[in-house]
Design a protein around this ligand. Structure first.
Ligand SMILES: C[S@@+](CC[C@H](N)C(=O)[O-])C[C@H]1O[C@@H](n2cnc3c(N)ncnc32)[C@H](O)[C@@H]1O
Length: 209
């Protein structure tokens, strides 16, 4: 049975997907700005760049099926993926820490979490995730990597001491060049198993038991 809170989350997510239909234009504007210089997060301040609905539903199942409670997300944007994570932890009794570099995006995300009445389950860290997660010293059950791809490896390595036998690392945009370089390094490490999902878009890393 779908609870009224799940309904509220779904309504918020549907509204955000509706709003994100202008993303193609916003992404093109961002890419155009970065023709003569490296891309910057600020170039995409209006773009959602979100995971898909199917990915979101898959994340809910992953959380519920494995009773995951301690979730960390790199890259909040306007909060679509975080709302799916919150829907998962609503069932498991867990919590989500999410990180966003741009204050304007983080503030909009917080307002979206309030609309969905899940703000009490989510700790939003504003600023560079390499700083805001620097002193993280609690077990991580699920790490969602969906921020800028050049930070996947240093962030993974920084948080690695918090992984355990049941940790999942969900790598979005795995097909991108910088993600591939990161995954190449991880695949050399015998401690981890890699599995592709959604064609090449996602790689799910698990800790070998
Ligand atoms: C692909 S979007 C995230 C989409 C979101 N996970 C979703 O599915 O709705 C990536 C986000 O990461 C943020 N970001 C980039 N570098 C970051 C950093 N160093 N620390 C925290 N967030 C960062 C960007 O500003 C951008 O909003």
């Amino acid at each position: 049975m779908i609870s009224s809170q799940q309904n509220q989350i779904n309504t918020t997510i549907n509204g955000l997907f509706e709003d994100s239909k202008f993303d193609v234009v916003n992404i093109m504007k961002g890419v155009a700005k970065s023709v003569f210089r490296p891309m910057q997060p600020l170039d995409f301040k209006d773009a959602y760049l979100s995971i898909t609905k199917t990915q979101g539903e898959g994340l809910i199942n992953l959380i519920e099926d494995n009773n995951l409670k301690n979730i960390v997300e790199f890259g909040t944007s306007f909060g679509i993926s975080t709302l799916y994570l919150a829907q998962g932890v609503l069932e498991t009794g867990g919590r989500v820490i999410t990180t966003e570099l741009l204050e304007s995006k983080a503030k909009k995300a917080i307002s979206n979490f309030k609309s969905a009445s899940v703000h009490n389950l989510i700790d939003v860290r504003i600023g560079d995730a390499m700083e805001t997660l620097k002193n993280h010293d609690e077990p991580i059950d699920l790490l969602l990597l969906d921020g800028w791809k050049d930070l996947y490896l240093p962030l993974f390595q920084m948080l690695e001491p918090n992984f355990h036998n049941g940790t999942f690392i969900y790598v979005d945009n795995a097909e991108m060049a910088e993600s591939k370089a990161f995954l190449e390094v991880i695949s050399q490490n015998k401690a981890y198993k890699l599995q592709s999902l959604f064609g090449e878009k996602v790689v799910l890393i698990t800790v070998k038991k």
